[in-house]
Design a protein around this ligand. Structure first.
Ligand SMILES: [Zn+2]
Length: 510
């Protein structure tokens, strides 16, 4: 076998790495052979097997999404619920008791995850730790969900940390409108066994693209036994654990009621604080600040334990929550990383939204600075995974990078290229994505994927998912009552030609 083919990519700007931090290089090159970067620096016209001239573009390290949406969108439905409709979006008691079911079969579940991976790739994500909603599952994820996800990741070429989610309890709305968690410990243990089986069989693959992770559901849906076993497995396999906690008032109240503990005390007692722990959101703590964000002591404890917070600015905003504040967390030494968590999985947009939120909360314009936000989605996310070969462009690192177009008229004028794409562009300015040396997105397209067919299928599955909320709602309201249109929807009677177009339009919108 000869040496791997060499590719040279030239662009107006490349965000390289000087050993300590990102640095912006103008008129620069990225050269790689196989899956590893060989050269990143001033333009070098070498003899290569393939030369890519990107022109007016910015090459950055591939983005790392640690709460990566792996599902059909549900924020479109549940992020604007009213006090009346909200209970209908949870499982009811009797749905839990006798009617819980999978809305999708295994093949459809695998398709949905593949569809989401395609979305991530087309938004410049090169490494993901996926998350799918359990609301339309009979319980949580299955072993086959994880296998399917791993296979799709390998096929599409995205780097993924994978495991099936599991839980021993489910958040429900009781008939009287109160919230609670109902339990089934046998299903919890079976889910943990599947997670262990997945780590044992799939763990590491020859191409290294797919690795194992432990992804239990929210902390308040986990028995103490399951939390302890998760910590043991994490140590045994040396894999990251992602556990949603410090996420809601309800969670804090339930943990207080059951254990008389805070989430951090429970993490400590279960052994999870000693693991490679990633905590999405961390928007609630025991602080007496107005917003009940984590206290200074809690931030210090997170930092001491090396916990990484997965900050999902776009999703938090949509659900009316904030990280209070990004600057407080980073100043306390907490590793803050980024997640999309819902559609669209656009981490550049998330950086912009997070930065704006930090400005509001800190009441100064230099809060939530872009350099720190960008490190969150690259260097800090890589270190949360224990990977010093990701999130940076330097020789020896993985050839994981994306290029963003700077020549679109709609982008306006360009100042600092990174600030310009974050403020005036989005991840959809993606021109090229390379992961482990393989070109996975070219000219903004996913080679080999039939996107129109995937979109049509996702739309029809979404219709079924939307309709299924009705059977979980305690008062069995129809989907149209739970999700009323923004404005009343006029349905035209079938008539002459002129109304047909309108009618078709409305049917498409179903
Ligand atoms: Zn989340």
């Amino acid at each position: 076998m000869g040496s791997p083919a060499t590719t040279a990519v030239h662009a107006r700007f490349v965000l390289g790495f000087d050993g300590g931090d990102h640095v912006l290089l103008e008129d620069a090159s990225v050269i790689y052979g196989g899956s590893v970067l060989e050269y990143v620096g001033p333009r070098r016209d070498v003899v290569a097997d393939r030369v890519v001239e990107l022109g007016e573009a910015l090459v950055i390290p591939g983005l790392i999404d640690l709460d990566a949406v792996a599902d059909i969108d549900h924020a479109l439905l549940d992020s604007w619920a009213s006090a009346r409709s909200a209970p209908g979006l949870q499982w009811s008691e009797d749905y839990f008791g006798s009617r819980r079911t999978d809305v999708f079969d295994q093949e459809e579940r695998t398709f949905i995850r593949r569809y989401a991976l395609a979305q991530l790739l087309l938004h410049g994500i090169t490494t993901c730790l996926p998350i799918a909603s359990e609301v339309h599952s009979a319980w949580a994820e299955t072993y086959d969900d994880a296998i399917g996800l791993a296979e799709s990741a390998r096929e599409l070429g995205i780097r993924a940390y994978v495991g099936p989610s599991y839980r021993s309890g489910v958040n429900v709305s009781r008939a009287d409108g109160t919230r609670d968690v109902l339990w089934n410990h046998d299903l919890g243990r079976a889910g943990l066994d599947d997670a262990a089986r997945f780590l044992a069989t799939v763990g590491n693959t020859p191409d290294g693209l797919v690795r194992g992770a432990l992804v239990p559901c929210r902390i308040e849906t986990m028995s103490f036994e399951l939390l302890e076993s998760t910590a043991q497995l994490a140590r045994e396999y040396d894999v990251p654990v992602r556990l949603h906690c410090m996420q809601s008032e309800l969670e804090l109240e339930l943990l207080r009621r059951w254990y008389d503990e805070t989430p951090l005390e429970l993490l400590d007692r279960s052994g999870l604080l000693g693991c490679r722990l990633l905590v999405p959101h961390a928007t609630y703590g025991s602080s007496d600040r107005d917003r009940r964000s984590p206290s200074d002591d809690e931030l210090a404890a997170l930092a001491r334990a090396g916990v990484s917070v997965v900050h999902c600015p776009s999703t938090s905003l949509r659900y009316g929550m904030v990280l209070d504040t990004f600057d407080r967390f980073t100043a306390a030494g907490v590793t803050v990383t980024l997640g999309s968590d819902s559609f669209p999985p656009d981490l550049l947009r998330a950086m912009d939204e997070g930065s704006c939120l930090a400005k509001v909360l800190e009441r100064r314009l230099d809060a939530g600075d872009l350099a720190t936000y960008f490190r969150a989605g690259t260097l800090h996310a890589a270190s949360a995974l224990g990977r010093d070969d990701l999130g940076r462009l330097e020789p020896g690192a993985q050839a994981d990078f994306v290029a963003l177009r700077l020549d679109d008229f709609r982008l306006g004028v360009v100042d600092d290229p990174l600030r310009t794409v974050v403020m005036s562009g989005s991840s959809r300015d993606l021109a090229l994505s390379v992961i482990a040396g393989r070109t996975v997105v070219e000219n903004g397209r996913l080679p080999g994927a039939d996107l129109p067919a995937m979109k049509a299928r996702a739309q029809s599955l979404f219709a079924r998912m939307r309709a299924a909320y009705s059977s979980r709602d305690a008062s069995r309201r129809g989907a149209d009552a739970l999700f009323p249109p923004v404005f009343p929807r006029i349905r035209h009677a079938a008539a002459g030609r002129s109304s047909t177009a309108r009618q078709v339009h409305h049917e498409l919108g179903e």
